[in-house]
Write a protein that binds this ligand. Structure first.
Ligand code: UDP
Length: 239
């Protein structure tokens, strides 16, 4: 049997991805497809933790009428809606799942407890981390980097709407070049839109590889198997 490349991963799903074509609200078909793939990944014995964004409902930095910190808390609450949606569909497929929230809301989710999260993963449960880092002025990308470091994940699978990292925006520049591999420093120095710089530096400092790929059918599985489907961000290219 072919072995997966990673034993424990963080899957970062943006809220926008869950919104499907519209990018807003929840496209249940998209959620079903994602969960179907998570099931396959789990069957390979890979431990999966998910960090989900909230941009399909609310993004702190785009709010105009209220202060940034409050807007960010609203954004974090949006991630809870997405987490519960994912949990429900995963459990409908018979996959045991726990939502852990960085902001306590005991009636809805467990509080984030690192050791407990690791235990859930070891028992084969999918753990969904809600509310990002729990702090305003951060992003769910940073939450993915932080949780990956905390739980010793071997990689962050960054599912996006584009199929990798380009030297310029492929939607605007038809000659944009896609990288198979790029270093964290190049991402930061060239201000490439992979993750925000806080999240990228955190991955760099902890040497957590980021696998950037398009959230299309079959790709989460391919990413876990180490297939060359998008761009790998790391310190140096693995031989
Ligand atoms: N957010 C925050 N702190 C965190 C994570 C998220 O304040 O640690 C807020 C922030 O307002 C952000 C929103 O939650 O805009 C939704 O998260 P994000 O924009 O990262 O979601 P995505 O773009 O991945 O859907």
């Amino acid at each position: 049997m072919v072995k997966p490349k990673y034993k424990r991963v963080i899957l970062k799903l943006s809220g926008e991805a869950l919104g499907g074509e519209k990018g807003f609200g929840i496209d249940w078909q998209v959620v079903e497809t994602i969960c179907e793939e998570i099931e396959k990944v789990r069957e390979l014995g890979v431990e999966v933790a998910i960090v989900v964004g909230g941009g399909n409902f609310f993004r702190g930095r785009s709010a105009e009428h209220i202060d940034r910190a409050t807007a960010d808390y609203m954004g974090m609450l949006a991630t809870v809606i997405n987490s519960l949606a994912l949990q429900s569909i995963l459990e409908k497929r018979g996959i045991p799942t726990r939502v852990q929230s960085a902001i306590e809301m005991r009636q809805i989710a467990e509080p984030y407890i690192r050791r407990r999260a690791i235990r859930h993963l070891e028992k084969g449960r999918v753990v969904i981390f809600a509310c990002g880092t729990g702090n305003p002025f951060f992003s769910t990308d940073t939450a993915a980097a932080l949780r990956a470091a905390e739980i010793d994940a071997e990689a962050i699978l960054l599912a996006k709407k584009v199929d990798g990292v380009y030297d310029s925006d492929p939607k605007k520049n038809p000659n944009a070049k896609k990288y198979d591999f790029i270093t964290y420093l190049d991402v930061i120095n060239q201000r490439l839109e992979v993750m925000d710089s806080t999240a990228t530096s955190m991955c760099m400092d902890n040497e957590i590889p980021i696998v950037v790929f398009e959230l299309a059918k079959g790709n989460i599985l391919k990413a876990v198997m180490g297939e060359n489907i998008g761009t790998i961000v790391n310190v140096k290219e693995a031989k």
